[in-house]
Write a protein that binds this ligand. Structure first.
Ligand SMILES: Nc1ncnc2c1ncn2[C@@H]1O[C@H](COP(=O)(O)OP(=O)(O)OP(=O)(O)O)[C@@H](O)[C@H]1O
Ligand SMILES: [Mg+2]
Length: 229
């Protein structure tokens, strides 16, 4: 089933001499429950693609559909709700709110939505992420890996249909990095959550169902892998 569909997506930043084409007619179809890795050299457009799929960066042209719904045809209010409820985005450089503690950062999208926090889910997640003892710590009182786990907790808290992770292990040592990928994969397999993960790490990419390679804003390779670990 076509679940997430990207059609002729273009993104041009800047004007005149400073103009950069970050995405150049990208088309993709992602199936529900699929685990896709996106690879490509620095500056190739990976983060731009992820941000547009997450509804946080507006395309210059082209379309993104989730479950047949045209994401950018929605008004700003609906788009904000889409971002909070349908997708979980883990940024390449984590963007926690410095003045909010661990629990407040994780539950922020739910509180912004004026919904009730599911305490059990919160506690389960804190335990899973090894953050129970850090509930009231501020981001600057945490290690880099712990901060990244908070960002992952925030993305997982809503149990979104789609998890978009932009080099979630980039700032971590290999053991912590491995743990985080394990967590995302578990969430992908257990709950059928669609996972799209940008990585420079070949070992991580090889665990995916599919590897998409981006170069100069274009898809240059798209391979399904037969077996995965
Ligand atoms: N806000 C912006 N304004 C202008 N140019 C931008 C902006 N964001 C990204 N770019 C440019 O768009 C291109 C793609 O950037 P993007 O961040 O998507 O690359 P990337 O593949 O994620 O790279 P990396 O592996 O280094 O994270 C780059 O050439 C970058 O300089
Ligand atoms: Mg990037």
């Amino acid at each position: 089933m076509e679940f997430l569909q990207v059609e002729n997506l273009c993104k041009v930043y800047g004007k005149g001499e400073n103009q950069v084409t970050a995405l150049d007619h990208v088309s993709l179809t992602i199936e529900k429950g699929e685990f896709t890795a996106i690879i490509g050299s620095s500056g190739s457009g990976k983060s731009t693609l992820l941000h547009i799929m997450a509804g946080v960066d507006i395309p210059s042209s082209g379309k993104v559909y989730l479950n047949g719904q045209d994401v950018y045809a929605q008004n700003n209010e609906r788009l904000a709700i889409f971002r909070r409820r349908q997708v979980g985005l883990i940024y390449q450089f984590n963007n926690l709110i410095p003045t909010l503690n661990v629990v407040e950062n994780i539950t922020l999208p739910i509180l912004m939505d004026k919904r009730k926090v599911n305490k059990k889910r919160l506690n389960d997640l804190l335990e899973l992420l090894g953050l129970e003892e850090r509930r009231t710590h501020l981001p600057n009182q945490l290690s880099g890996g712990q901060q990244q786990r908070v960002a992952i907790g925030r993305a997982l808290m809503n149990a979104p249909q789609v998890m978009l992770a932009d080099e979630p292990t980039g700032a971590l040592d290999s053991r912590n990095g491995h743990e985080i990928v394990k967590l995302l994969k578990e969430s992908n397999r257990k709950y059928g959550q669609t996972l799209i993960l940008v990585t420079h790490d070949e070992n991580i990419a090889l665990q995916a169902d599919r590897i998409i390679t981006i170069a100069d804003g274009r898809v240059v390779r798209d391979e399904r892998q037969v077996a995965r670990s």
